[in-house]
Design a protein around this ligand. Sequence first.
Ligand code: GDP
Length: 322
Amino acid sequence: MTASLRVAVLAGGYGGAKLSHGLALIEQRDPPLDLSVVVNTADDLQVHGLCVSPDLDTVMYTLAGLANPDTGWGLRDETWSAAEMLERYGVETWFRLGDRDLATNLLRTDRLRRGDRLTAVTDGLARALGIRARLLPMTDDRVATKVRTDDGWLDFQEYFVHRRHEDTVHELRYEGIAAARPTEEVLDALESADLLLLAPSNPFLSIGPILALPGVVETIVSARARVVAISPIVAGKAVRGPADRIFTSLGGRASAAGVATHYVERYPDLLDALVIDEVDYGDAPAIEALGLRVFPAATVMRSEPDRERLATEILESLGRRG
Ligand code: GDP
C-alpha cells in the first residue's frame, strides 16, 4: 500500500472550512490523503457561561456535512427556541446560538470544566460526528484577538458580530499569545506534513493568530512540507468579510499581490507558492518577483463540487512529494 500524502491546513472558519471540506471530499486518491486541520481559536468567547469556539465549529459542522449553507456558520435545519426564550428574559442575544449548536457548546463547556483539553474535547466531538480528518485547535491555551477601532479596543466578536465588522481596524493584538503554546498534536501535524496549506482565510484574523503562536513559524520553516497559501482576495475584494478593508487600513493592498507581500514581509521564507484566482493572473509577475511560485485556479468555492475541484487542482499541482 502507498504511504499516504500528509496534508495540513491552517484555517479560520468559512474559507478554511470550505477548502478543508474539499480535501475531505476526495475519497479515492492515490496516494491516500491524511488530513489535519489546524484551526484558529483566537475568536473563542464565553456566551451565557458557555465556551464557544466559532471557527472550530464552522470547520467541524462543514466537514460533518451539517453546516448551514446559507450563513456559512451554524447548523442546517437549526431551531432557535432557546435564543427566543433568552430574549424573553431580556438577555442580549446578538451572538445567537441555535438549539442544536447549544448542545455542542454545552458538551464542550462541561468537558472543559472537568479538566479535559480543548484538543481532546474537539476530537471527541468530531469523531462522534463521523469526521475522519484530525480537527486540531491551534492551542489549548487562551488567546483572544482584540481590535483597535475609532472607538478604542474592542473584543473580537463585539467588532465582528455585534458591530458587523464595519469599524475601521487600526491595530490588532492577540491577547495571551506570548504565553500560549501550540499543542503537541499541532506541532506533529506541521512537522510531518508533506503539504501545508494556508487556507483562503482572513490573514489577520484567522491565519495571523496561528502563525503568531510561539514556535509555529519556526517549526514550519524547518519542516519538510511545501507551504502554499490560497489568496482570500479575489479581484481586489474579500470573498466575504472585512479582509480587503483590513489590508487597506493596516497599510497593505487588497489584491493577490498584496496577499503575497503580506506573507513574504511578515514571514520571510515561509511560503513556497501562492494560489491566486484566475481573474488575478495580471498579478503573477509581481508575486513571482517576491520569490513565490504562482498557481492560478478558480478559487471561489460556491458549491461542494467547487470545493472538491479546487482541492484536487491544488493537490495535482502541488501535492507531489519532494
Ligand atoms: P471566518 O473565520 O468565518 O471569518 O472565516 P475565514 O477567515 O476562514 O474566511 C474568511 C476569508 O476567506 C475572507 O477573507 C474571504 O475573502 C475568504 N474566502 C471565503 N470563501 C472563499 C472562497 O471561496 N475562495 C477564496 N479564494 N476566498 C474565500
